[in-house]
Design a protein around this ligand. Structure first.
Ligand code: PXP
Length: 239
């Protein structure tokens, strides 16, 4: 199972002063030393954290999977097809949100997402859709030509007790359903050092995409160690 480390929040700290540090590009080097199998950045329309220059620099030297999270807009499709990251993950985006709040509304935006998938794929880039753990959304994702899906684990991550157990079952069922229809399946959002184990144990998952908890731990213990500790947890849960 791969661990894709999202470094957006290193850029969030930099943008707090609009200066040059901490540089997410440097953080990526340390994340890779810690064992990151992939690096994710979300280039948002409002450029609140990651900047175009970060994407361009990372494209030049990241030796592992570079996953560009983005909204399915004309501007972003233009950037992705020019820079050519290794993977594009389409996500919904609202200016006022603090982070991506839910999965894509693949049902009502079927046509525009399908168009975006085709344009990105025609540049040779595989496309993943960030979706809720919902059977219909999985069927639509397959129908409109996604290569992969990333199942939203945010509700699981933000609940406790019985509700969390129910959400975990939803995530497991969704992952199995997506595998059965022939999609490659990832998961992510809100995963941390406490809740990751049960998700990492799901059979057949290709990878986990984790950002906030790793960057938060990195502030205290350093990026390399924060990534290594997450990798160790994931591997232990798969034995
Ligand atoms: N996957 C997707 C599609 C996301 O939008 C995010 C947040 O940028 C993540 C994973 C990582 O979420 P978190 O920062 O909560 O680990």
């Amino acid at each position: 199972m791969i661990l894709g480390v999202n470094v957006d929040h290193v850029a969030t700290i930099r943008q707090a002063r609009k200066g040059i540090e901490p540089d997410p590009v440097m953080a990526v080097t340390l994340a890779i030393l810690g064992g990151a199998d992939g690096i994710t950045i979300h280039l948002r329309e409002d450029r609140r954290h990651i900047q175009d220059r970060d994407l361009e620099m990372l494209k030049d030297f990241v030796p592992v999977e570079l996953n560009l999270e983005m909204a399915a807009t004309k501007e972003m499709i233009g950037i992705a097809t020019r820079i050519k990251p290794d993977l594009v993950t389409l996500v919904p985006e609202k200016r006022e949100e603090l982070t991506t709040e839910g999965g894509l509304d693949v049902r009502s935006q079927k046509k525009s997402i399908n168009d975006a998938i085709k344009k990105v794929q025609s540049a040779g880039i595989p496309v993943s859709l960030f979706i809720n753990p919902d059977f219909d959304d999985i069927a639509i994702s397959k129908e409109i030509g996604a290569d992969m899906v990333e199942i939203h684990t945010g509700v699981y991550a933000n609940t406790k007790g019985k509700k969390q157990e129910e959400e975990l079952i939803r995530v497991i069922n969704a992952a199995n359903h997506a595998l059965n229809v022939g999609l490659v399946v990832n998961a992510g959002h809100g995963l941390n050092y406490f809740n990751v184990i049960k998700v990492a144990s799901i059979q057949g998952l290709r990878g986990l995409y984790i950002g906030h908890s790793i960057v938060s731990r990195a502030v205290l213990v350093g990026m390399e160690r924060a990534v290594r500790e997450m990798k160790e947890l994931i591997w232990k849960s798969r034995r």
